[in-house]
Write a protein that binds this ligand. Structure first.
Ligand code: URA
Length: 220
């Protein structure tokens, strides 16, 4: 089975997932989209209201900012692959109305059955975690986003992994005198992309040719 076929089979299976409580209130499973052979995968936290409605990742206000940052790097969504650590919207329903909340550790753990094979099928050279929850989930539990964003970390999931600020956070920080960290988001996407493309060009792990990131002058 080719990687693209494997990815679509996985999506079909994930659409019926009932492994955690998030399945009971979701409208759509937001599996992910983009280039199934992308050298760089962006992994966000989880779908919000717009994503739950449409079944597509990063389509709300934060998504528009992400599109703009990709554009500032000369990229579109079709160059990369975009998904989330959890595939269903996490909400607090205690007031009777849905209020977005971060996914619990149990929910994130349950969703690894989809995320990890998804990443394996795409086989990117680099992963860019979008926001602290994704970085804590995929890099290390005590990840400090303001101090450690933009740095490469070793990982079993691909060649290198790094994290950047979440566009929703940037939107909250933006003001008359501050871009809220938007330039950091652009710089981190550019760094992740350029590194991923270099690593792919020098020989991918899939072809069985290893190039240590240090050989490319990357700091780990
Ligand atoms: N925030 C995320 O982390 N992911 C989305 O898909 C949308 C908003």
């Amino acid at each position: 089975m080719s990687d693209a076929v494997r990815l679509e089979a996985l999506r079909a299976e994930a659409l019926g997932c009932e492994s955690c409580v998030l399945s009971s209130r979701r409208t759509h499973v937001v599996f992910g989209e983009g280039n199934p052979k992308a050298p760089l995968v962006l992994v966000g936290e989880g779908p919000g209201e717009e994503e739950d409605k449409t079944g597509r990742p990063f389509v709300g206000r934060a998504g528009k900012l992400l599109d703009s940052a990709l554009g500032d790097c000369g990229l579109t969504r079709d160059d990369v692959y975009i998904c989330n650590t959890v595939k269903c919207r996490a909400c607090d329903w205690s007031t009777g109305r849905p209020v977005n909340r971060p996914p619990t550790d149990e929910e994130a753990a349950a969703c690894r059955q989809w995320l990890f094979p998804q990443l394996a099928a795409i086989a990117p050279e680099a992963i860019l975690c979008i926001g602290a929850p994704s970085a804590k989930n995929l890099i290390k539990r005590d990840f400090k986003i303001t101090r450690e964003r933009g740095r490469f970390f070793p990982t079993e999931l691909c060649r290198v992994i790094l994290a950047t600020l979440h566009p929703a956070y940037i939107l909250r920080q933006q003001g008359a005198t501050s871009d809220g960290g938007y330039s950091m988001l652009v710089a981190d996407i550019a760094r992740g992309w350029e590194t991923a493309v270099k690593l792919r060009a020098r020989g991918s792990t899939r072809a069985g040719v290893e190039v240590a990131p240090a050989q490319l002058g990357l700091e780990l």
